[in-house]
Ligand binder design. Sequence first.
Ligand code: FCB
Length: 437
Amino acid sequence: MQFHRRDFPQGFQFGVATSSYQIEGHAFGGAGQTHWDSFAATPGNVVRGEDGARACDHYHRWAEDLDLVAGLGADVYRFSTSWARVLPEGTGQPNPEGLDFYDRLVDGMLARGIKPAATLYHWELPQALADKGGWRNADMPDWFAEMTEVVMARIGDRVWSAAPINEPWCVGWLSHFDGAHAPGMRDIRATARAMHHVLVSHGRSIEVMRGLGMSNLGAVCNFEWAEPASDTPEDIAAATRYDAIYNRFFLGGLFRGDYPAEVLEGLAPHLPQGWQDDFATIRAPIDWLGVNYYTRKLIRHAEGAWPNYAEAPTRLPLTQMGWEIYPEGLRDILIRNARDYSGDLPIYVTENGMANPDRADRPDAERIAYLATHLDAVTAAIAAGAPVAGYFVWSLMDNYEWSLGYEKRFGLVHVDFDSLARTPKASYHALARWWRD
Ligand code: FCB
């Protein structure tokens, strides 16, 4: 399958994405402790106990990495700023080295003709704030507003776009209900609070950025296409609950000012007092919606406590993550999000890609096919009327895949984690050809 830039609407933006903790190396440049450091230091949480202390050493090798972005012919580079790097204690005294780093990085993108797409928070919560309850704490929106101000007062004049928070579902549910990400909690009350505070923090951050005169502001959420494993009413209800928690809760808050009934069934008793009054903040107008998409899940009913669902065995080929390859889900989620929530707002596919256990010298055929079929799904969504305006691959290079450590390789560029040598894979060269004309 071949693609050309001309197969997409005029002005369509192609890009690649990374995040700070996954690539920078948090041992460098005066960054503070993050809750990922303590999570990773706790046995059993992360494969081999790996952490982001060195990662890809992007902190020192950023210029080489931006050259790789430029070599792809990417229009946009989606990167994130680390809260713990700019405010090591979470609030108060900024770390000048941290701010200088993002300043250089943004200028480095502009010098190479790459548009900087900033995400303010991609999960490296300063430990000092985690110690105060992190996302459970109702002061979180104030702390987040302060961080937004500190970062964007410095780089906000030059970024092309900005989003406050990467994947609220992961910040809320995955980290506080499933316990799979830092802080590794399994507590329904913590979950309800985190899921609500993450949206209030988003809204406050948007207000701060508007106040600084910034534009092209959005929200980046993750989605999984969810289908019932069978057509029994129980499985159908379970898949609907899964879909509500994963795909509709955050969009409900952002675009409708309410939460789906299927989620309130379980979370309402645990939400903070007066949560209904926060929607004015949560609904601060945004300019685009970011959609991160990787896979579909088949869901079945499970006995026991709410939410009474479990993942059923998959039926399609899997990636190294064990995730089903299902490009139709990307097409359908883009169409549904536009129809039911975001309307005419531009949608960017802010992450899509696959992990593959590849070496630098392999043909990388699986990733090329994954990208081709998902780009095809984007064109199908556009043909069906979804206003998709860009597509960014996760990820520029192999990096720290959170609790799965360094062995899940999502990169277009291979990283040797001993020598830190970067080697573009065949998928990098394929995309560079597709994006050229
Ligand atoms: C997304 C995250 C990103 C990466 C990919 C594989 O959920 O935003 O950091 O881990 O999944």
